[in-house]
Design a binder for this molecule. Structure first.
Ligand SMILES: CSC[C@H]1O[C@H](OP(=O)(O)O)[C@H](O)[C@@H]1O
Ligand SMILES: Nc1ncnc2[nH]cnc12
Length: 290
């Protein structure tokens, strides 16, 4: 058994976790630059926690400019084992209404202007993201949301778009009808891919704020509507997070889905052809296998 250290990455509307005890905002340097903000460390129900506001306090980073690699590296460097992403999203399904939570289990990565891997020339690696979220952590989020009295859906496909503009109506209909997406947001990719490369269990809780722009009765998505729903969603997220320590406990078994062994056979570059400079940058993320 290892010690559980749980991180929450807070999205739009979630910039603080007031309930953390022994709280301290810490600055973490990474070889990939600075994370979105300092990281709040502390405990909740006896479980070690870290909280990182994805857009920074005051919402300073746009979705394309969030330093995704630095964020995941910094959490790994702090000893985090499990990451819960909490995000605002639009919905493509009538039954996934504003105020509902969706425990995402699949992604369509439609982003194109972001660094998507820790690896590259001098150390090439290919991890599997066929199942990009951790079912064990997703189950805990589902149970926690239910215990918190939230209407929650287990499973859904999240379309990650580049943004920052919302979709056109034609795009919205295509994502929904032709691509089969259930919800849409701008941030969970490459975050989920990077968490897998860093051998972290990753679950995504998408909090519905709107029906994007496909719905005949709801018109086009407007930021004012999103902000109105967001604060209620933030309160629900805090209640859900408050239940997690009791469901997860202070110790963890190895991940039964091998999230924490994702790099086991992933590195292709021959040991004698590896670039020492890149290897040094990979110390936290891939130190276990290098
Ligand atoms: C505030 S609406 C658009 C914005 O909200 C979502 O952010 P996050 O995923 O961090 O909660 C969405 O992805 C966009 O970045
Ligand atoms: N409709 C939408 N599209 C993209 N990101 C969102 N975040 C919240 N609602 C969204």
């Amino acid at each position: 058994m290892d010690k559980m250290k749980l991180a929450v990455i807070g999205g739009s509307g979630l910039y603080e976790l007031e309930a953390l005890e022994d709280r301290r905002w810490v600055s973490v340097d990474t070889p990939w630059g600075a994370p979105s903000d300092e990281i709040l460390t502390g405990t909740l129900g006896g479980v070690e926690m870290a909280f990182l506001p994805r857009h920074g306090r005051g919402h300073v980073h746009s979705p394309s400019e969030v330093p995704y690699r630095a964020n995941i590296d910094a959490l790994k460097r702090l000893g985090v084992t499990d990451v819960i992403s909490v995000s605002a999203c639009g919905s493509f399904r009538e039954e996934m209404a504003p105020g509902d939570f969706v425990i995402v289990d699949q992604f369509i990565d439609h982003t194109f202007a972001r660094d998507k891997s820790f690896f590259g020339t001098g150390c090439v690696a290919h991890v599997s993201v066929a199942h990009p979220t951790c079912p064990r952590l997703g189950d805990a989020c589902h149970a926690a949301a239910r215990e918190a009295g939230v209407r929650v859906h287990r499973g859904g496909t999240y379309l990650a778009m580049e943004g920052p503009q919302f979709s056109t109506m034609a795009e919205s209909r295509m994502y929904r009808e032709a691509w089969g997406a259930d919800v849409i947001g701008m941030t969970n990719m490459p975050e989920a891919k990077l968490a897998r490369e860093a051998e972290l269990c990753y679950a995504s809780v998408a909090m519905v704020t709107d029906f994007d722009s496909w719905h005949p009765d709801h018109g086009a998505v407007e930021i004012s509507d999103i902000i109105r729903v967001m604060s209620g969603n933030g309160d629900k997220a805090r209640r859900m997070i408050g239940r997690l320590p009791f469901l997860l406990g202070t110790q963890r078994d190895r991940c039964p889905h091998n999230c924490d062994r994702a790099l086991e056979h992933a590195i292709m570059t021959a040991p004698d052809r590896r670039d020492p400079t890149l290897l040094a940058r990979l110390d936290a993320v891939a130190g276990r296998v290098l």
